[in-house]
Design a protein around this ligand. Sequence first.
Ligand SMILES: C[S@@+](CC[C@H](N)C(=O)[O-])C[C@H]1O[C@@H](n2cnc3c(N)ncnc32)[C@H](O)[C@@H]1O
Length: 209
Amino acid sequence: MRQHVNPLSKYFDEIEIIPHLNEIFEDSRLPLHVDIGSAAGDFLFDLASENTNWNYLGIEIREKLANHSKLRLKDFSMNNLYFAFGNANNIFSNPDYQFITNYMASISFNFPDPWFKKKHYKRRVIQPDLINFLSNSMKKGSLIFIKTDIKELFDFMHLIISNNVNFIKLDYKKFSPSESFNPNQIKTTREKYVISSKTYIFENIYIKI
Ligand SMILES: C[S@@+](CC[C@H](N)C(=O)[O-])C[C@H]1O[C@@H](n2cnc3c(N)ncnc32)[C@H](O)[C@@H]1O
C-alpha cells in the first residue's frame, strides 16, 4: 500500500456523501469528536468502545484504510462511530458539511503527514483556509488538538492556528482529560510507535474563543 497520497490530486475533488449526524449516530446529541487522518481506525475503535457518551467521526484520505475501517465497523454493533473517506480540506471547504463543524466539540490532527519538502508544504492538512473555516464554524469553547513528533511540522501548524485570532492555545493546567474526547489518554497507532522509539512528542490544544 502506498504510504502517501497527494491530497491535491483531482481524484479527491469529489466528496463522499456524509449523512446528517442523526442518520449515522444513535444519539446525535452526544458531543462529537472528529479525527483527521484516522488511518485504519484503531484509535477511534478504542475510543468509541470506551466512551459511549461521545460520538466519533474519522476522516481518512487513503481509500483502502477508510474502507478497511468501514468494513470493520460493520462487524461491531457500535452506534457512536462513523468513518468517511476523503480529503479533510475538501470536505471542510464544502458548505454542505458545515453541520459537522457546527456540532463538533473537538477535532484532532494526530501525527499528520509531514511533507518535508518546502514545495510540498501545501499538501499538509493544516492550512490557513482550513483553520479559517474551522474558526467560522466551530462553536465557542470547542477544541483543536495537534500532535506530532516532528518539530518543524509542529511549528508550522502552531503558526497557522495561532495566526487566527479566534483560537488561543490552552494552558494544560486548565485542561482536564476526563472531560475530553479521550479521558483515558488512549494512544494512536503512530503515537505508540513514537513512544516505543523514545522520540519526543509535541502537542498543543487550542480553544475557539
Ligand atoms: C502519519 S499517519 C497518522 C495516522 C494516525 N492519526 C495515527 O496517529 O496513528 C497520517 C494519516 O493522515 C492521513 N491524511 C493525510 N492527509 C489527509 C487529508 N488531507 N485528509 C484526511 N486524511 C489525511 C494519511 O492518509 C494517514 O493515514
